[in-house]
Ligand binder design. Structure first.
Ligand SMILES: Cc1cc2nc3c(=O)[nH]c(=O)nc-3n(C[C@H](O)[C@H](O)[C@H](O)COP(=O)(O)OP(=O)(O)OC[C@H]3O[C@@H](n4cnc5c(N)ncnc54)[C@H](O)[C@@H]3O)c2cc1C
Length: 508
């Protein structure tokens, strides 16, 4: 009874502010009711319904949520904050929910599997540890040495230029994602264990209805439930349902395969702070194979876009190349997942935004996506917090566009450079030999590590830049000569068409 009285009071207050009459009870068929309600949405800006959201939530199992039709920019009724649903609790979703909650927005994070173990190498740059204030305990290993291994098994040690405090962090995703979600919850985000099934798009300025199956603690049987919100952030990864709901379009993707292998202690000692990258037609026609050290095992994997059906063959080749160093190992987990190759044609529709893998933010060449996921989740949430003046005003597509513009301006060059590097250096074995050879150069190492670890292109020494350019051109020429002798060819498109296509997609 007290709850009903409170709800009535909120509705009455909002009506008084808007200076309108109370919504009528509408009779008739569902479509008639919706049409009348839609007119009401357009005519007035008042709370339309008060509903109880069922299903399981770790913080609140029975949440009272006000559905409202409010135009962008309008001040929200007293006692009602902007409500944003974040679908997916990986790095992009957890960081989005955290930023929203910190910024005064009512954030609902819906994650289907709280102990999700995302197939992933788990390598993160130093700037992620710093920017996202990650505690040391979620970092299994600090990699300070990297071996680049060419098709002919020539090994080049990379990492000589790192200072004592610099490293690549190696994480297990089940540990990192859990930490980020719990932190978001501490900051006030509502965490819901549920599988998002579908979304109903708003009628005019009305709410978006999320349909999900909620899981009570310890139960695998979902209970259908709904949640009404003002905005949705799709952070649900490469197979995003949110992207499908908004017809975001497809992207090319790589399939990545990984085995977690527990190896004998003496072998693990070798990988203590060392990661390996293998390149060659045998391990992947367009990517690289890796051995990354984890807490008590190594992750061995590879990926490809161009020949997905042969992924197991490439994985076998990667394992063979690392055989001596991993001998006696026991496979404890086998995993595979798509990796997006470029942003989706559409990353926003109305009040729905995409971030992380759902948007397609993985870099070519390195296949890195964790930092970009976390960063895009945060940037999208920041734009919403700012436009809504800390959850007090309604906001929508224009706020999301601010995030997309900032994102494209900040990272377009990074994506493009890595795209070109992949096309130049991963296209044939001679090119890969040249690439590994180039990695021996300290200046190349410093530039590569600085841009990976800090995500900024640090201005270099002009003389060294010239030397690097000459070396690069020489390597490409040599690789091309060898490739011609090999008489294999792969199309490489550096022209303005490719650039235009990318830009068109990025700004769509
Ligand atoms: C084998 C492999 C190795 C990789 N190695 C690296 C690496 O070393 N370093 C790196 O930076 N990147 C790596 N990546 C890429 C990286 O894993 C992704 O870019 C990153 O996980 C993207 O984060 P995200 O939060 O956007 O999506 P995800 O991490 O995919 O998270 C999506 C979340 O949404 C949840 N979800 C999905 N659908 C629903 C739904 N309908 N309802 C509710 N919840 C849902 C999922 O359970 C999941 O928790 C690798 C990828 C693969 C496949």
């Amino acid at each position: 009874m007290a709850l009903k009285a409170a709800q009535k009071q909120i509705v009455a207050k909002a009506q008084a502010r808007a200076g309108v009459v109370a919504p009528r009870v509408v009779k008739g068929s569902r479509s008639v009711r919706m049409a009348v309600q839609a007119r009401a949405f357009n005519a007035v800006q008042i709370p339309l319904a008060v509903r109880r959201v069922c299903g399981s939530a770790s913080r609140r199992s029975n949440m009272v949520v006000m559905a409202a039709a409010v135009k962008d920019g309008a001040v929200l009724p007293e006692g009602r904050k902007l409500r944003v649903a974040v679908i997916g609790g990986g790095p992009s979703g957890a960081c989005a929910a955290e930023t929203l909650a910190q910024g005064g927005v009512e954030a609902f994070l819906i994650e289907r599997k709280m102990d999700n173990c995302k197939p992933c190498g788990g390598a993160i740059p130093l700037c992620m540890v710093q920017e996202f204030d990650l505690p040391q305990e979620i970092i299994d290993r600090k990699v300070t040495k990297m071996k680049m291994i060419s098709p002919s098994n020539r090994e080049v040690d990379v990492g000589k230029t790192l200072s004592e405090t610099e490293y690549i962090g190696m994480c297990r995703r089940e540990v990192m994602d859990d930490y980020l979600r719990k932190r978001a919850e501490k900051d006030g985000a509502n965490i819901i264990n549920g599988l998002m099934m579908k979304m109903e798009q708003p009628v005019a300025d009305g709410p978006i209805t999320i349909h999900y199956n909620g899981y009570a603690e310890g139960s695998k049987i979902g209970t259908p439930a709904t949640l009404e919100v003002d905005l949705v952030i799709g952070a649900d990864g490469a197979n995003s349902r949110v992207a499908k709901e908004i017809d975001a379009g497809e992207y090319d993707y790589a399939i990545a395969f990984q085995e977690r292998i527990r190896i004998p202690d003496d072998k693990m000692k070798y990988y203590e702070n060392l990661a390996e990258m293998y390149v060659g037609d045998d391990v992947s026609p367009d990517f690289y194979g890796w051995v990354f050290p984890k807490y008590d095992h190594v992750a061995v994997g590879t990926g490809t876009v161009v020949n997905k059906t042969a992924i197991k063959q490439y994985q076998q080749a990667t394992r063979d190349r690392a055989k001596v160093k991993t001998e006696g190992g026991k496979i404890i987990r086998v995993e595979a997942h798509p990796i997006p190759e470029h942003p989706r044609p559409r990353r926003c529709k109305g009040r729905v935004a995409l971030v992380g893998d759902a948007a397609g933010y993985v870099t070519k060449c390195s296949g890195e996506g964790i930092y970009f996921a976390a960063k895009s989740g945060r940037m999208c949430a920041e734009a919403i917090v700012e436009a809504s003046e800390n959850g007090k005003k309604m906001c929508g597509e224009s706020a999301i566009r601010v995030y997309l513009d900032k994102w494209d301006r900040k990272y377009w060059t990074t994506y493009k450079v890595l795209d070109i590097l992949q096309k130049v250096f991963y296209r044939s074995n001679p090119a890969r030999e040249a690439f590994v050879e180039m990695c021996e150069d300290s200046y190349v190492q410093k530039m590569t590590f600085d841009s990976y670890l800090y995500k900024t292109v640090v201005p270099g020494n002009p003389l060294d830049d010239v030397k690097l350019l000459v070396n690069t051109v020489a390597s490409i020429v040599r690789a091309n000569a060898l490739r011609a002798a090999d008489s294999k060819s792969v199309d490489v498109n550096f022209g303005s068409k490719a650039t235009e296509e990318f830009q068109a997609r990025a700004t769509a």
